[in-house]
Ligand binder design. Structure first.
Ligand SMILES: *[C@@H]1O[C@H](CO)[C@@H](O)[C@H](O)[C@H]1NC(C)=O
Ligand SMILES: *[C@@H]1O[C@H](CO)[C@@H](O)[C@H](O)[C@H]1NC(C)=O
Ligand SMILES: *[C@@H]1O[C@H](CO)[C@@H](O)[C@H](O)[C@H]1NC(C)=O
Ligand SMILES: *[C@@H]1O[C@H](CO)[C@@H](O)[C@H](O)[C@H]1NC(C)=O
Ligand SMILES: *[C@@H]1O[C@H](CO)[C@@H](O)[C@H](O)[C@H]1NC(C)=O
Ligand SMILES: *[C@@H]1O[C@H](CO)[C@@H](O)[C@H](O)[C@H]1NC(C)=O
Ligand SMILES: *[C@@H]1O[C@H](CO)[C@@H](O)[C@H](O)[C@H]1NC(C)=O
Ligand SMILES: *[C@@H]1O[C@H](CO)[C@@H](O)[C@H](O)[C@H]1NC(C)=O
Ligand SMILES: *[C@@H]1O[C@H](CO)[C@@H](O)[C@H](O)[C@H]1NC(C)=O
Length: 679
C-alpha cells in the first residue's frame, strides 16, 4: 500500500525555507534547520493544498520530545529480565508509572525546548503543559505565532476521501541545538483536524466534500462458518472430534478439566478479547453453552469495554459475527467461571474500513489500554497516523474524543485480526511493536492468530496470489512479526484420527485435494530481526530441516531471487487446534476453521495458569515466549503437515520449532507445572 504525502524525517541539512511571507526574527536564522519536510513525490491525488490559514486562528500545538533512546535500547533487556525463566527478576513486572519514568526524555531536553518556545513565541512557561507521560509539551498558539516559531506557513490540506480538512505545512524548522530533543511537532508536516465551527466563526471557508476511493486491501477476513455434516451427539462425545471440535474435544486434546462452576476466581484475571467490525450475539452463545456445556449458565456474556464507540452484542441474528462468536464460544468454556472482557474497538464507520480511508489497525485499541501510547513518538510517527488510523471525533460516527488510557489491560489478550507486513509502513509497525514490548513489561500476555493464508497473503493483497514481488515471495503477517507477542498457528485432528493421537498442521500434503479450508500462517519477518529467545530454535530448524527454497537477508527481497528472509523473526511461536470448530452463528450450528480459533484457545489456557498463580500468591506470567522456547517439552511438538502458499507447498512441520506450528500445542498440565515452579 502506498501512502500519499508520506512525511519523511530529514537529517539536519539545509537552512532557510524560501517562501516565507511573514517576517522572521533575523538574528537566529542561521541556527535553524529543517526538521521535517513533506515528501511530495508519490501522492495519489487524495490530498490537495488549499488556502493559507488565517493568522489569528488558534491551534493546539504538541511538541513531541524524543523518548530516551537509551531506554528503548535497554527495553529488550528489561523485558527479558522479567520474562526469562533463568532471570532472578522473573515475574517482577513493571507498573505503568515505572514505565513512564524509565522512558521519559532527559529533563535538560525538556527545559531547553521549553525555553525556546517561551522566548520565541512569547508563551509563558506556565501555559505550556508537560504531559503526564512526559513525552509531550502542549500549548495553544495563534497560527501567526507558530509560523514564526517554526519558520513556516500553514495551509488547509483537503482530504478527498473523507471530505475533511487538516492544517499542515510542507516543512518546518527548529533551532539546530534542539534537533536531537524534538521528535515531531503538530500541526506540522503531520496535520491536525480543526473544528469547522471554530473556523467558520472566524470567516474561514470550510472545505467542501469530495469523493472517496483511496485505500488498500483490508488484510483480515473473518472465518466463514460452513455446514456441519452432523451435530455431535452430545457435549461429552469424543468419537467425532475429527468431524467437529467441541469443548470436550479440547479438554481431551490438551488434558484439562473445566473449573467447578462455583470455583473462586480472581477479580483481576478476566480474559481480554479484541474485536472490530464483528459482533457477538447472545442467542448464539446461549445455544452453544446449552448444547455443549453443562456448567455455563444461559445468558453468560463478556463484559464490554467499548472503545471509541465500538458496541456489542448485536441483537440482529443476521449480523452475528463469526469471529466474535467463535472467540467467546471457545474461550468461555475453558475459563468459566472466570469472565471475559470484550475490547470492541471503533465505531461502525471505521470498524468497517472507514469507506476505504483507513488501513491502520490496533492503534486505537492500544490507546485505550495505555494512555501514553496516544502521544508516543517513535520512528518519526507520533500518536495515531491521521492517514491510517481513525480520527475522533468522527463526523461519520462516534462523536467523542479518542479514548486514551480509559481501560486497564487484562493479564491476557487474544487478537484474531491482522494484516500483512507490506500493508503498513515499517515505522508504523515498529512503533506499535514497542508498545507490545511495554505491555509485556507490565505483565500482559498477548496472543495473535498467525493468519490463514499459509506463507502468502490474501489474494490481491500484493500480487494477484497475495504474495510479494511477482507473486513468488512469501508475505509475512502483521502484527505477528513483532517479537514481543505470542503467535498461534493452527492444528487439526485429521479425518479418522482421534484426540489420543498427535495433531497435525491443518494441511496434510499426503491428501489430495487438501482437506483443509485454509493454510496456517507462518514464515519470517521482513522487518524485525530474530529475537534472542528464538535464535537457537531457528538455527536448529535451518540446520536440520532446511526448507527447499532460495532465501535473502535483511528483508531485501527485491534485490534477490530468494523467497523468504533468512534472518527475520520466525512466525508462529506455538499452535492450537483451529479446524472444524463447532460454533453457533446466526442461529445455525456449523463448523469454522482458522487460526482465529487457535489464539483464544491458547490464551484461555494461559488465563487458567494465571488463575493458579494468583491463587498461590504469584503474579501473571506476562510475556511467555522466553520461557516456552527454553522449555519446549511443555508443548506437544507437531511434526506433520505444511502451510502452502505462493504456488509452493510452504514450509513443513518438523521436530522442534518450525514456521508452521511453532513449538507445538499446549500440554496444559506440563505448562502449569512449569509456570507454577517459577517465581
Ligand atoms: C463510500 O465512498 C463511495 C465512493 O466515493 C461512495 O459512493 C459511498 O457513498 C461512500 N459510502 C459511505 C458509507 O460513505
Ligand atoms: C454422551 O456421550 C458419552 C460419550 O460417548 C456417553 O458416555 C454418554 O452416555 C452420553 N450422554 C448422553 C446423555 O447421551
Ligand atoms: C484486584 O482487584 C480488586 C478490585 O478491582 C482491587 O481492589 C485489588 O487491588 C486488585 N488486586 C491486585 C493484586 O491487583
Ligand atoms: C441446541 O441445538 C439445537 C439444534 O441446533 C437447537 O435447535 C437448540 O435450540 C439448541 N438448544 C438450545 C437450548 O439452544
Ligand atoms: C436463555 O435466555 C434467553 C433470554 O436471554 C431466553 O430467551 C431463553 O429461553 C433462555 N434459554 C434457556 C434454555 O433457558
Ligand atoms: C438485520 O441485519 C440485516 C443485515 O445487515 C439487515 O438487512 C436487516 O435490515 C437487519 N434487521 C433489522 C431488524 O435491523
Ligand atoms: C520492493 O519493491 C517494491 C516495488 O518497487 C517496493 O514497493 C517495496 O517497498 C520494495 N521492498 C523492499 C523491501 O525493498
Ligand atoms: C519471479 O521472480 C523470480 C525470482 O526473481 C524468477 O525466478 C521468476 O522467473 C519470476 N516469475 C515470473 C512469473 O516472472
Ligand atoms: C503424518 O501424516 C501421514 C500421512 O497422512 C501419516 O501416515 C502419519 O501417520 C502422520 N504422522 C503423525 C505423527 O501424525
Amino acid at each position: 500500500m502506498l501512502l500519499p504525502l508520506l512525511p519523511i524525517l530529514l537529517a539536519a541539512t539545509a537552512t532557510i525555507s524560501p517562501a516565507l511571507a511573514r517576517a522572521l526574527p533575523a538574528n537566529t536564522i542561521t541556527s535553524h534547520v529543517i526538521h521535517e519536510k513533506r515528501d511530495l513525490v508519490g501522492g495519489t491525488g487524495r490530498w490537495s493544498k488549499r488556502d493559507r490559514i488565517p493568522a489569528h486562528v488558534k491551534v493546539p500545538v504538541r511538541v513531541g520530545l524524543k523518548q530516551s533512546a537509551e531506554a528503548m535500547e535497554k527495553a529488550q533487556g528489561w523485558l527479558m529480565e522479567v520474562s526469562h525463566p533463568a532471570s532472578g527478576k522473573f515475574g517482577r513486572h513493571w507498573t505503568q508509572d515505572e514505565i513512564i519514568e524509565a522512558f521519559q526524555p532527559a529533563s535538560e531536553a525538556v527545559d531547553e525546548v521549553m525555553a525556546w518556545i517561551s522566548e520565541t513565541a512569547s508563551i509563558p512557561k506556565q501555559r505550556i503543559t508537560h504531559s503526564d507521560n512526559k513525552a509531550w509539551l502542549a500549548f495553544d498558539a495563534s497560527v501567526a505565532d507558530l509560523e514564526s516559531l517554526l519558520r513556516t506557513e500553514y495551509h488547509e490540506h483537503h482530504d478527498a476521501a473523507t471530505g475533511r480538512s487538516m492544517i499542515t505545512c510542507d516543512q518546518y524548522h527548529v533551532p539546530a541545538h534542539l534537533v536531537d530533543h524534538v521528535d515531531y511537532i503538530t500541526p506540522g508536516v503531520k496535520g491536525i483536524h480543526v473544528h469547522t465551527s471554530d473556523l467558520k466563526k472566524r470567516s474561514w471557508k470550510p472545505a467542501h466534500h469530495g469523493p472517496g476511493g483511496y485505500g488498500g486491501p483490508s488484510g483480515w477476513q473473518p472465518p466463514k462458518q460452513r455446514p456441519a455434516p452432523h451435530m455431535p451427539k452430545n457435549g461429552s462425545e469424543l468419537s467425532t472430534c475429527d468431524v467437529a471440535i467441541t469443548p470436550a474435544c479440547l479438554q481431551a486434546l490438551y488434558h484439562f478439566e473445566p473449573l467447578p462452576p462455583n470455583a473462586e476466581v480472581s477479580p483481576n484475571n478476566s480474559m481480554g478479547i479484541f474485536e472490530e467490525g464483528d459482533f457477538y450475539d447472545q442467542f448464539d452463545l446461549n445455544s452453544f453453552f446449552t448444547n455443549f456445556t453443562s456448567y455455563i449458565p444461559n445468558g453468560t456474556h463478556p463484559t464490554l469495554d467499548s472503545i471509541d464507540g465500538g458496541l456489542a452484542p448485536t441483537t440482529n441474528l443476521s449480523e452475528a459475527g463469526s469471529e466474535s462468536n467463535l472467540d467467546f464460544e471457545l474461550s468461555i468454556p475453558i475459563i468459566y467461571p472466570q469472565t471475559t472482557t470484550l475490547y470492541q474497538s471503533d465505531d461502525l464507520y471505521y470498524a468497517e474500513g472507514g469507506n476505504g480511508t483507513t488501513g491502520g489497525i490496533f492503534n486505537t485499541f492500544l490507546d485505550a489500554i495505555d494512555g501514553s501510547y496516544c502521544t508516543y513518538s517513535a520512528f518519526g510517527e507520533t500518536g495515531n497516523d491521521p492517514k491510517l488510523d481513525p480520527t475522533y471525533p468522527d463526523p461519520n460516527g462516534y462523536q467523542g474524543q479518542l479514548m486514551c488510557g480509559v481501560y486497564k489491560p487484562t493479564n491476557v489478550i487474544s487478537i484474531s485480526y491482522g494484516e500483512q507486513e507490506q500493508d503498513l509502513p515499517a515505522f508504523y509497525q515498529k512503533r506499535q511493536c514497542n508498545e507490545f514490548l511495554k505491555l509485556g513489561l507490565q505483565g500482559v500476555s498477548i496472543f495473535v492468530a498467525s493468519g490463514d493464508t499459509g506463507v502468502g497473503g490474501i489474494p490481491g493483497d500484493g500480487a494477484a496470489n497475495g504474495c510479494l514481488k511477482n507473486g513468488t515471495v512469501f508475505s509475512p503477517t502483521q502484527p505477528n512479526s513483532c517479537p514481543w507477542l505470542t503467535n498461534v498457528g493452527a492444528t487439526k485432528v485429521y479425518p479418522g484420527r482421534t484426540v489420543y493421537e498427535p495433531e497435525s498442521a491443518v494441511v496434510d500434503p499426503a491428501s489430495q485435494p487438501y482437506h483443509s479450508a485454509f493454510s496456517s500462517g507462518g514464515g519470517f519477518s521482513n522487518i524485525f530481526p530474530i529475537p534472542d529467545y528464538q535464535t537457537s530454535a531457528i538455527a536448529t530448524y535451518f540446520a536440520d530441516y532446511n526448507p527447499p527454497y532460495p532465501y535473502y537477508y535483511n528483508g531485501q527481497y527485491n534485490s534477490s531471487d530468494g523467497l523468504y528472509n533468512r534472518n527475520g523473526r520466525g512466525i508462529p511461536d506455538v499452535a492450537a487446534n483451529g479446524d472444524n470448530i463447532a460454533t453457533y452463528v446466526g442461529g445455525k450450528f456449523g463448523l469454522e476453521g482458522g487460526t482465529s480459533a487457535s489464539s483464544p484457545i491458547f490464551a484461555a489456557l494461559v488465563t487458567r495458569i494465571n488463575e493458579e498463580r494468583i491463587k498461590a500468591g504469584k503474579g501473571p506470567v506476562g510475556f511467555i515466549n522466553p520461557t516456552l522456547y527454553e522449555n519446549a517439552h511443555v508443548l506437544n511438538d507437531i511434526v506433520n503437515g505444511t502451510n502452502p502458499g505462493c504456488g509452493t507447498d510452504g514450509f513443513s512441520c518438523s521436530p522442534g520449532w518450525d514456521p508452521v506450528t511453532g513449538l507445538g500445542t499446549p500440554n496444559y498440565p506440563k505448562m502449569l507445572k512449569l509456570f507454577m515452579s517459577l517465581p
